[in-house]
Design a protein around this ligand. Structure first.
Ligand SMILES: Cc1cc2nc3c(=O)[nH]c(=O)nc-3n(C[C@H](O)[C@H](O)[C@H](O)COP(=O)(O)OP(=O)(O)OC[C@H]3O[C@@H](n4cnc5c(N)ncnc54)[C@H](O)[C@@H]3O)c2cc1C
Length: 439
């Protein structure tokens, strides 16, 4: 045991006394930085946060790789894709490993390790299975981190421990069949009634929707007020008042199969006042504030998929012989491998530099959060196509994971905002910066 780990273990025993958790400590907690070193890097981090060192992050990566070797071997990834079913016991396993509350407060069971750490976990899970990782991110970033950032102390104490332990599944529902990129045009309504609100409408493409116990749902509370009339609600799908909630259907997708995606219906679902997340009519701020960090953490998904493509292509290219020579020694194939590697490393540098600026300097730059996922997502699709080409006929079969990697990678050019919208977001950020020159 290193002296760092010993210090961290002592730190932990102090943390446990403060944290009345009803579950064993997550196995990753011993790499928390010591309390004495902590500072608050930004309003997006737990109080007392200290950025993890690069060696903490390397240790975290090794632990996630161990987890993946044990729990998400290729057979599990392939079966998840084929069956289009999320392995339900994975939530508990992710919770036991401490992976579901990477950015959340320690006193509700989180690790408080920040966004670089969350990217590390997301990258390594995606390397094993794009779809399990996507569901993971919908739970740990879109739901858990949104509650962490916007929940009251009571809401966090009530909802986060079960989500972080993997006893409950989380989701976030913003998109509707008629409003995807133009999310503010949503039609789901919430009308105030005694003790709370009644929600009516439907939501489309909701990751984890078919399994979710808790969903953060955006609805119009002042339909004529545009972006100033939307509120975020925490919907407990198992509550008495949620009888009007239903999963209309689970979607049959080309990729990310097994990350259960659903169309959801809300018919006069009662949500008590205590479940309003953030201010009434202040939902767009809740939504937009979450989007930068959501884009950043999700940009690690394509990184894992690019690494997965190299994991398949490199050994294949060096063992497959044609014309008496390993195909990896032909210059056309070498060029593809070199391009794949370079795209991965460039994308990785962009994501982690952006995450480090968030953790260490408290700087969240919209251009870079959108830029990191825009760049990585498009490169991942290219790498997956190159991987298929390197594998030749085997790449075109479902016997190898190459086609799954391609089908999963394509999602990142669409989900969590399309490539076009990301370019628009970056362009608009520049328009704001240079507005004084257009007067
Ligand atoms: C697998 C999956 C999981 C998802 N998970 C979730 C989830 O958990 N929660 C959730 O709320 N949503 C989720 N979504 C929805 C996702 O965020 C939307 O699909 C996405 O924002 C795009 O919206 P849309 O599908 O309506 O496309 P549209 O908005 O109809 O866009 C269609 C095309 O038009 C382009 N376009 C639109 N507007 C412009 C413009 N102004 N300028 C230029 N081009 C434009 C788009 O880029 C795209 O190419 C998920 C989607 C998928 C596929």
């Amino acid at each position: 045991m290193s002296s760092l780990t010993r210090t961290l273990s002592r730190t932990l025993s102090r943390t446990v006394v403060r944290a009345p958790l009803s579950r064993p400590l997550p196995s990753l907690q011993p790499i928390l930085p010591s309390l004495s070193q902590r500072r608050n890097a930004s309003s997006k981090h737990p109080k007392g946060f200290t950025p993890p060192s690069q060696s903490d992050l390397a240790e975290l990566r090794e632990r996630v790789q161990d987890f993946v070797r044990r729990e998400i071997p290729e057979e599990v990834a392939a079966a998840t894709d084929k069956s289009n079913n999320f392995p339900a016991d994975m939530w508990q396993k992710l919770g036991d490993a401490g992976l579901l509350g990477i950015t959340a407060d320690e006193d509700v069971g989180g690790l408080g390790m920040g966004y670089q750490a969350h990217c590390v976990v997301m990258e390594e899970l995606s390397r094993a299975s794009g779809s399990i990782a996507l569901s993971y991110a919908a739970h740990s970033q879109l739901c858990v981190n949104q509650l962490q950032l916007n929940g009251t102390a009571e809401q966090k104490a009530r909802f986060l421990p079960d989500l972080i332990a993997g006893r409950k599944v989380g989701a976030l529902a913003m998109s509707e069949s008629g409003s995807g990129s133009d999310v503010v045009s949503m039609r789901t309504r919430a009308v105030e009634t005694e003790g709370g609100f009644l929600l009516t409408g439907s939501k489309m493409w909701i990751t984890n929707g078919p399994d979710a116990d808790l969903i953060i749902v955006y609805a119009k509370t002042k339909p004529d007020a545009g972006s100033k009339g939307i509120t975020a609600f925490i919907v407990d799908t198992r509550a008495e008042g949620s009888k009007g909630f239903a999963v209309l259907r689970k979607l049959d997708k080309m990729g990310m199969r097994g990350s259960n995606t659903g169309e959801l219906v809300f018919d006069n679902v009662f949500v008590p006042h205590s479940h309003v997340l953030g201010p009434v009519n202040g939902g767009v701020r809740v939504l937009m504030e979450g989007l930068d960090l959501e884009r950043l953490v999700l940009s690690a998904g394509p990184l894992g998929l690019m690494q997965a493509a190299l994991d398949v292509a490199l050994p294949y290219a060096h063992s497959r012989k044609q014309f008496g020579t390993p195909i990896g020694q032909f210059q056309f194939i070498q060029g593809k491998l070199a391009d794949m590697y370079t795209k991965l490393q460039a994308s990785r540098s962009y994501t982690y530099a952006t995450a480090r600026a968030v953790d260490e300097d408290g700087v969240i730059r919209t251009h870079d959060c959108a830029g990191a996922i825009l760049y990585a997502a498009e490169r991942a699709t290219e790498c997956a196509l190159d991987c298929i080409q390197i594998l030749g006929g085997m790449g075109y079969t479902e016997d190898m994971p190459a086609s799954r990697i391609l089908r999963d990678a394509k999602l990142y050019e669409i989900g969590a905002g399309t490539s076009e919208v990301r370019r628009m977001v970056i362009g608009r950020a520049f328009n704001r910066e240079y507005a004084h020159l257009s007067q």
